[in-house]
Ligand binder design. Structure first.
Ligand code: XMP
Length: 512
């Protein structure tokens, strides 16, 4: 395995993504817990991430000495480069040389790090983002690549297998970065590709059997990919010791509930309790128009409903959750203060500890795209695995203001037409998330010879990698025109369609 020591970079997770793409297992641990993690994981190589601090600040993070002393191959990126060089006796200067964005580096020396990728004398684009820079290299280090603003773009000690880059190889803006990381992992550290989803599936099935024994497990299904993959995997391990609970809050899209029930009951034969709680949810949401209030009501009702059903099943000792690795990674915080809550998220995974059950979390080690790969491995249909994310509170947050059953029905129809058009035009997989929003605004229109006064529907589509930032998707105008015409013609209650061209930030993906 590879250990990634996190100094708090925004893109540390991408290092892990790139390493895993090479078929090698890795874990991220914060710098101040990395020594313990190192001892437990026994990695064959280590990567130091970037980070927001300046090594010239008092108390700024350092890499554990035990890791440096281990003599294992190390790749240190950006802040990692600075602290590593400093700790080995080099010098770093703060402040003046801020550099952000694309830079071209020139390769000066051959190195195992870019063997077969970059050539001496060549110039290659990379992505820089740093304020400080190394001004004096430690003993044994030499410069391998340089750029006008980054004299030590790559520097290292080939004999000791210690490499440092001032740029970020893990981001897509460093086009060859993934190959560089692969070289580090395979050629320098010497690890083979043995991290794949077939091996993971087998390992997890064993692990679940050992953990659960003859106990009973319940699992909340949301209709999303994570809980579904978790359920299928657990069912493979322990069969009917698993029962799934599907809390139907009445806020799902057109035909979605039926699809989930059919898939689990008929295709997978997984015992499934369908709780139709839509009336309760709609009743409690009646007259509520504040986004946070709506979210909180849904979250609370969900938990209450789930708990009640779990009680009725009697005596399950385990609760299964589709927790993913990004939720498990401990973040490195420098600000100290709490971050601002933009939206209180509701997930099936958010069940409280008061249920007093042990957790079964078979996806804890996986990133989202690995969950998809595991889903494929388990034979889940491609159309299901590739689905856009859908928020826990469902259509409630796509109906800004007060919710009524009538509005939800109008929204369902419009949303289904929009997604149908997206699928038919072959754009579904290019888009990260697309949906319709029913605005609480009525406008005047004219249809036939008559005046209409009906709702406005907003269409949203974004591209994104992780949902943290997003761009609006650039549809062709003819596509939008055609879709708008269909919605207005086919859905009673809508007489105007607009397209949302806001990115995130400053907008969020959902409207509430
Ligand atoms: P925002 O609107 O915050 O959304 O830009 C980012 C991503 O998160 C989804 N989302 C949620 N997912 N529970 C979820 O499971 C929630 O409460 C929730 N709220 C937003 C949203 O659909 C987008 O993919």
């Amino acid at each position: 395995a590879i250990l990634i020591v996190d100094f708090g970079s925004q893109v540390t997770q991408l290092i892990a993504r790139r390493v895993r793409e090479t078929g090698v297992y890795c874990e991220i641990h914060p710098f101040n817990k990395a020594a313990e993690a190192f001892a437990a994981l026994q990695p064959k190589g280590v990567i130091f991430s970037g980070g927001p601090a300046s090594v010239t600040d008092e108390g700024s993070p350092r890499a554990p000495q035990s890791i440096i002393d281990s003599g294992l191959p190390i790749l240190a990126i950006c802040y990692g480069q600075q602290t590593f060089c400093l700790q080995l006796g080099g010098k770093v200067e703060g402040g003046h040389h801020r550099e952000f964005g694309r830079a071209d580096i020139e390769v000066l020396e051959p190195s195992a790090l870019y063997d077969g990728i970059w050539e001496v004398g060549g110039r290659y684009p990379v992505w820089m983002s740093h304020g400080d820079r190394v001004t004096e290299l430690p003993e044994g280090f030499k410069v391998m690549a340089t750029s006008p603003n980054a004299p030590f773009a790559i520097a290292g000690d080939e004999a000791k297998k210690r490499y440092t880059t001032m740029f970020h190889p893990e981001v897509v803006h460093t086009p060859d970065g993934g190959k560089l990381l692969a070289n580090f992992v395979h050629n320098i550290v010497g690890l083979k590709s043995d991290w794949n989803m077939l091996a993971y599936r087998q390992k997890m099935v064993e692990k679940i059997r050992t953990q659960v024994g003859t106990g009973k497990v319940i699992c909340g299904l949301s209709g999303g990919v994570d809980s579904s993959v978790a359920a299928v995997l657990i069912h493979e391990a322990i069969g009917d010791q698993l029962t799934c609970i599907y809390v139907d809050h009445g806020l799902m899209r057109l035909n979605e509930t039926e699809q989930v029930l059919t898939m689990f009951r008929d295709t997978y034969n997984i015992p499934l309790v369908h709780v139709d709680a839509s009336r309760v949810f709609l009743r409690e949401l009646e007259g509520q128009s504040d986004p946070e209030t709506k979210r909180k009501i849904i979250g609370r009702l969900f938990i209450e409903t789930f708990e009640e059903e779990a009680r009725k099943l009697g005596g399950a000792q385990f609760l299964a959750q589709g927790t993913l690795y990004p939720d498990v990674i401990e973040s490195v915080s420098f600000t100290g203060g709490p971050s601002v809550t933009i939206k209180s998220h509701h997930n099936v995974g958010g069940l409280p500890e008061r249920m007093n059950m042990q957790l079964v979390e078979p996806l804890r080690e996986l990133f989202k795209d690995e969950v998809r790969a595991l889903g494929r491995e388990l034979g889940l249909p491609e159309s299901f695995i590739g689905r856009h994310p859908f928020p826990g509170p469902g259509l409630a947050i796509r109906c800004p203001g007060g919710i009524t059953p009538e509005k939800l029905e109008i929204l369902r129809q419009a949303d289904a037409i929009y997604l149908d058009e997206i699928r038919k035009s072959g754009q579904y997989d290019k888009i990260w998330q697309a949906f319709a929003v029913l605005l609480p605004v009525q406008t005047v229109g004219v249809m036939g010879d008559g005046r209409t006064y009906e709702f406005v529907c907003a269409l949203r589509a974004v591209t994104s990698v992780d949902g943290m930032t997003a761009d609006f998707y650039q549809f062709d105008m003819n596509f939008l025109g055609k879709t708008a015409t269909r919605i207005i013609n086919e859905v009673r209650g809508i007489n105007r369609v607009v397209y949302d061209v806001t990115s995130k930030p400053p907008g969020t993906i959902e409207w509430e």
